[in-house]
Design a protein around this ligand. Structure first.
Ligand code: ZN
Ligand code: ZN
Length: 258
């Protein structure tokens, strides 16, 4: 039996939805694909305990109302997101662990042009995953939230040159490349280089633009890293069970190094 599993239902500029499992706890992260598509994926994955929404852009919430109506599980999100959505739910306070059965969910602020946008750190005693899909920049507090991870899901939205030469209007190009837009491949690599330790065994590139990036271009940016690189696509493209580290936390690792 797989203890941990990460499955992408959809990832990109138009739809984002993910399933994550740690032992007996399963969550849906974002519900930006159609309700039917998400419900089909949940049926295969197993019953979910909660839905976590990172922010209110339609590519993250399109199917939310239908999924909530059908599955009747709690919605977890930042307070500004809950207020905007008006669907009820439980507040995820930033930098405070919210425990859901086997899983600790810790939200942290990112830099994006939707109210209360959050990144996530999902932890159990022997596994931690970082999840950041929409941010224009990264900063030291985000890096701190992503310290010592086993798996990192990071936005690798665009190739800066493809964006500048591409068909988008100037205003949209500026928004995407701006501090509250989306991370380029190079920015994502800089973040990974900043937070990666030998413990990081799986890196997942997410929210790739279909116009201003390609899986090949994004993957080439990360060539040379000593970690398995997965690329999420509009059809999913990611479904794996990371191995569980034998090392409990950094203090234990320090001891094991002596
Ligand atoms: Zn967004
Ligand atoms: Zn998005």
């Amino acid at each position: 039996m797989n203890d941990i599993r990460l499955k992408c239902i959809a990832s990109g500029s138009s739809a984002n939805a993910w399933l994550f499992k740690a032992w007996e706890t399963r969550i849906l992260i974002d519900a930006g694909a159609s309700g039917c598509r998400i419900l089909d994926a949940v049926e295969e994955f197993g019953p979910i305990d909660a839905i976590v929404v990172t922010h209110t852009h339609s590519d993250h919430i399109k199917g939310l109302a239908k999924v909530m109506e059908t599955l009747k599980v709690p919605l977890l999100a930042s307070l500004p997101t809950l207020k905007h959505l008006e669907l009820g739910g439980v507040e995820l306070k930033t930098n405070k662990a919210h425990t859901l059965k086997d899983l600790d969910i810790r939200a942290f602020r990112v830099s994006h042009d939707a109210v209360g946008t959050i990144g996530l750190r999902l932890s159990t005693t022997r596994f931690s995953m970082g999840f950041i899909t929409d941010t224009g920049v990264f900063n030291s507090s985000m890096a701190k939230s992503c310290a010592d991870l086993d798996t990192l899901v990071i936005e690798s939205n665009h190739d800066a040159e493809m964006l500048m030469r591409g068909p988008y209007p100037q205003t949209l190009k500026r928004r995407i490349a701006g501090p509250k837009g989306h991370l380029s491949n190079a920015q994502a690599l800089a973040f990974v280089n900043h937070v990666a330790t030998p413990r990081l065994t799986n890196l997942v590139l997410a929210h790739l633009s279909e116009t201003n990036n390609s899986p090949e271009v994004a993957r080439a940016t990360f060539a040379g890293l000593e970690t398995t690189v997965h690329v999420a696509t509009p059809d999913g493209g990611v479904d794996f069970s990371p191995e569980i580290s034998n090392i409990q936390d950094s203090s234990e690792r320090q001891l094991s190094l002596i």
